[in-house]
Design a protein around this ligand. Structure first.
Ligand code: ATP
Ligand code: MG
Length: 280
């Protein structure tokens, strides 16, 4: 689902902006990928840029935060200027949630983050429609994100990246074992069956561990067997709990609501958002 929505939302406007112009609609300027850690958000953003044959500029919000007065803003302005120069271009901002300062945290004073958020908002507002620059943000803590960032014209589209289903897990296992010599008895379908709620990153770890088990038995090992995988599965578990999943599900509705119900542009402290949602 996330793949399809991103493909439509990013690839079409970048490849064929005229189609949108003809219909008089504006493509989304920003996409926010959110979901549990290790589900492939970063991977997905990179893949989309590649498929859209667009340039890709990746950054993390922690890299945008500077303790020197005014430097963060300059850095963001440079980022957007560069993107416009090399358009069609995807700007990827990872860890968008760290634009909300942890209290007493390392990332300096709240004013810095507030200014950074405001600068990003101004830059996104200033992006002319159809300028062929798309911003993709990613976070695994969407509830910490300043709702002003989620308003229309900014991160328009919220895309949930969840844990893969069984068929998805099997395909991920196939990719992750692509370079691994597998014994004939290795049944990826059965491994997929036994790995409910595993993320892509968890599955990658299982594959790596199976390889390690094989190596530990003998350095001369030529292939990895099902027994090696069974051993690896014993000391691995899903990082995503059922509670986490239902928390994310509950967030989905809330995020959009917050975006439209909160007026002031700028900085919202963590904790202030809790309990807002449905009550408005
Ligand atoms: N859908 C997938 N297909 C193949 N590999 C995947 C997939 N999802 C995750 N992985 C593996 O897990 C690793 C981590 O994924 P990625 O860094 O994209 O997760 P993330 O969602 O950005 O996590 P975080 O929220 O912690 O930043 C990838 O490098 C890849 O090896
Ligand atoms: Mg990531």
């Amino acid at each position: 689902d996330a793949q399809v929505r991103l493909k439509e939302g990013v690839e079409l406007p970048l490849k064929d902006p005229d189609a949108f112009r003809r219909l008089g609609i504006r493509p989304a300027k920003g996409f926010l990928l959110y979901g549990p850690p290790g589900t492939g958000k970063t991977l997905l953003a990179k893949a989309v840029a590649r498929e859209a044959e667009a340039n890709f500029i990746a950054t993390k919000s922690s890299d945008l935060l500077s303790k020197w007065y005014g430097e963060s803003e300059q850095q963001i302005a440079r980022l957007f200027a560069r993107a416009r120069q090399v358009a069609p271009c995807v700007i990827f901002i990872d860890e968008l949630d760290s634009l909300v300062p942890a209290r007493g945290g390392a990332m300096g004073e709240p004013q810095v983050t507030e200014r950074v958020v405001n600068t990003i908002l101004a830059e996104m507002d200033g992006l002319e429609e159809l300028q062929s620059v798309v911003v993709i943000g990613a976070t695994n803590r969407p509830n910490l994100i300043d709702p002003a960032l989620l308003r229309p014209g900014r991160f328009d589209e919220l895309v949930y990246v969840g844990v893969p289903d069984k068929a998805g897990r099997e395909r991920i296992l196939r990719i992750q074992t692509g370079k691994m010599p597998l014994a004939a008895d290795v049944d990826l379908g059965s491994i997929a069956e036994q790995t409910e709620r595993y993320t892509g990153a968890d599955l990658e770890d299982v594959v790596r561990r199976a390889g390690l088990v094989a190596l530990r038995q003998s350095l001369a090992t030529r292939e990895v067997t099902m027994a090696h995988f069974e051993e690896a599965l014993k000391d691995s578990r899903a990082t995503v709990t059922p509670e986490m999943e239902s928390d994310y599900a509950a967030m989905q509705g809330k995020l959009k609501q917050q975006a439209s119900s909160i007026q002031p542009i700028g900085f919202i402290a963590p904790g202030m958002l809790e309990g807002r949602g449905s009550k408005g």
